[in-house]
Design a protein. Sequence first.
Length: 166
Amino acid sequence: MNSQVHSFYLKDDGQIPNNPELPVIVYQGIFNENPNGIAETFKRNDWEGCWTGQVFGYQHYHSNSHEVLGVKSGEATLLLGGDSGERVEVKEGDVVVLPAGTGHKKVEGSPDFAVIGAYPKGSSSNLLEKDPGSRTQALHEIRNVPVPEKDPVYGDEGPLLHKWVK
């Protein structure tokens, strides 16, 4: 598996909390040669509850779980971190790991764009949008989501285990 890995932090924008301790990690082209192996790799590394579909076209986040998205087909522009966040171009074979609290939405994508999503140890995720009434609870939950024991791509080694340290 060959990949260029980069990571970046997103700040709380007052609407979307993002994650103050853990960066977003992008593995570019990690599954270029085998996009059909994404779900199997996630499951082998204890990122379970795999689903296949789209990324919603509105800004949302999960306060109770981290999420990994593997691009199964096509390409898209994702907006991470809220309305003034980071635009990330993804294509087949890429993987994006979103720490709990990270806002995300699809801005545009090819007709065949599809991702495989999963969560550490199959945890279930909530679906939150901009809501001042739930913000305090969401911030508390985000801080208490444990760091996964395995990198979704590399397992017992890999960038996540070095970059996600609380």
